[in-house]
Design a protein around this ligand. Structure first.
Ligand code: GLC
Ligand code: MG
Length: 538
């Protein structure tokens, strides 16, 4: 199903998420910054990624580490200045890298001047920019909606004796997206950054933007278990994924399309069938509604094969797929599936059909770092302690080398470094020809060389025991991917699938060039890409 989309940079390229606090600190305050990112651009060029997405860098009280924005069109001094930002965009573009910013339109900080005005009086012109409601007859919250970070989603405000709604922290009041002035204000923010050269946005919690006009109670979730985060007690049918949200997404897309070759990416945690609605009618919505299914699907050949089939089948005609293996909200892949299997995960991510998004540090096998109670920074963990929702463990400093603080900073970093950073770091892994880092480099480079991997069709072949087998093909040829999801060896016999060619890459990085005969054997936790020998590829 070829489509126009497949030649765009965001379709053929690899996206790389940077969590700016934790990538590289240049000014020695223990917190990563823009100058640090600039200094590390050569690393990203060498890795081969095409675009960087930065989590929020705007002025913020940092109650939710930048996802509480007090000024949409500035740079927080922690990260640098607007000049630093312009320098970053220029340097990235000079190196062929696109720059994607985080847009957080669902809520502002409670210190944003809009909210300061809004809460000042009931008749303030900005009152209706947020969601204010009278107390329930008993004085309690207006309805049963819950905050994603624990407790009620409603905060009582003494000054005007009403409640305001916050889907996340009380310091993150939700904007009223039914108000056209709010829409226009955020669209102006988008134009400000696009005009400065930014290549697109990843839109935070885009499926939350519009809430039920009648503020009806959410129904209980019958599958709720006490070990789940408390907000899972209700089905958020009235507080998220409302049909009107898709109109807003289409409007955002029109702003994106006022500029050349920009991208709109949506953060969306919804079942696949709902997720794909965010491509919009006639594909006029987000170009890439983030597909997070790999973050939660049980890591077995059959469940993964079913997931891929379901997703491919659900995609609207002409929609371009995408896959995400990690982000700043979810446990690290290397901890979820194990270090050995995370190489197979890398091969899966970079051989599936659709734009791959990597999370900083996954390419060096960064693990979840244990966070002692007194080191907890994440407000989610502070509000809902002890059930494993904390996000600090996947946000720890990038491990660059064996020097003090891992080459991340001259000072004590804001979160602890992984215990074994002196071994597991960019410098060491670069020098090891068979490291996960060099595997990532080889996978990205192969994806660029082989048109079948970049934009060929996907054809499932088998999901049997621990073996996951599929083909990527176009008119010029086909590439076979065989992944062993388990620790025991497996083998594939060739007659039915027509194995032909040689091993272009093994996750173990030691079988390149091996001819594939009638049988292909995989060691435990091994994946291989089989295709025509390089000299046969034009
Ligand atoms: C998104 C962000 C997360 C943040 C939340 C509230 O899910 O990825 O980090 O806490 O939105 O803005
Ligand atoms: Mg710094």
């Amino acid at each position: 199903m070829p489509s126009a989309a497949i030649t765009c940079w965001w379709a053929v390229g690899v996206l790389y998420q940077i969590y700016p606090r934790s990538f590289q600190d240049a000014d020695g305050d223990g917190i990563g910054d823009l100058a640090g990112i600039i200094a590390r651009l050569p690393y990203l060029v060498d890795l081969g990624v095409d675009a960087i997405w930065l989590s929020p860098i705007f002025p913020s009280p940092m109650a939710d580490f930048g996802y509480d924005i007090a000024d949409y069109v500035g740079i927080d001094p922690l990260f640098g200045t607007m000049d630093d930002f312009d320098a970053l965009v220029a340097a990235a573009h000079g190196n062929g890298l696109k720059v994607i910013l985080d847009l957080v339109p669902n809520h502002t900080s409670d210190r944003h001047p809009w909210f300061v005005e809004s809460r000042a009086s009931r008749d303030n012109p900005k009152r209706d920019w947020y969601l204010w409601r009278d107390p329930a007859p008993d004085g309690g919250p207006p309805n049963n909606w819950l905050s994603e970070f624990g407790g009620s989603g409603w905060q009582y405000d003494e000054t005007t004796r009403q409640y305001y709604y916050h889907a996340f922290l009380a310091q993150q009041p939700d904007l009223n997206w039914r108000n056209p002035k709010v829409r226009e204000a955020i669209y102006q923010v988008m134009r400000f950054w696009l005009g400065r050269g930014v290549d697109g946005f990843r839109v935070d919690v885009i499926w939350h933007l519009i809430k039920d006009e009648l503020f009806r109670d959410n129904p209980p979730n019958p599958d709720f278990k006490p070990e789940m985060p408390p907000h899972a007690a209700l089905h958020p049918v009235y507080s998220a994924d409302r049909p009107e949200t898709l109109q807003v997404v289409a409007e955002m897309r029109r702003v994106i399309d006022e500029f050349d070759a920009r991208v709109l990416i949506g953060e969306i945690y919804l079942p696949i069938e709902r997720l794909v609605a965010y491509y919009g009618e006639g594909l006029a919505g987000a170009q890439l509604p983030f597909n997070f299914a790999l973050l939660s699907t049980p890591w077995h050949a059959r469940t993964l094969a079913q997931l891929i089939d379901r997703y491919e089948a659900a995609l609207p005609q002409g929609a371009w797929p995408n896959w995400v293996l990690g982000n700043h909200d979810r446990p690290r892949i290397a901890s979820r599936v194990g270090l050995a299997q995370s190489r197979v995960a890398a091969m899966l991510l970079l051989t599936l059909r659709g734009t791959p998004t990597m999370y900083y540090g996954d390419e060096i096998g960064m693990q979840q770092v244990a966070i002692a109670p007194e080191q907890v920074r994440d407000p989610f963990e502070k509000n809902v302690p002890g059930i494993g929702v904390g996000r600090d463990g996947c946000r720890t400093p990038m491990q660059w080398d064996a020097s003090a603080h891992g080459g991340f900073s001259a000072a004590q970093p804001w979160l602890p470094l992984a215990e074994h950073y002196a071994q597991e770091n960019v410098a060491n892994l670069s020098a090891d020809a068979q490291s996960i880092l060099n595997l990532y480099r080889a996978l990205i480079s192969l994806r660029k060389r082989l048109p079948q991997l970049a934009h060929g069709d996907y054809a499932p072949l088998a999901a049997d025991g621990d073996l996951l087998l599929y083909r990527r093909h176009d008119a010029t040829g086909s590439v076979l991917i065989a992944l062993n999801l388990g620790a025991q060896p497996v083998s594939v016999v060739s007659d039915t699938i027509g194995l032909d060619g040689e091993i272009l890459l093994s996750t173990a990085m030691d079988r390149g060039g091996e001819r594939v005969g009638s049988e292909l054997s995989l060691r435990g936790h091994e994946g291989v890409i089989v295709g025509p020998a390089p000299e046969e590829v034009v």
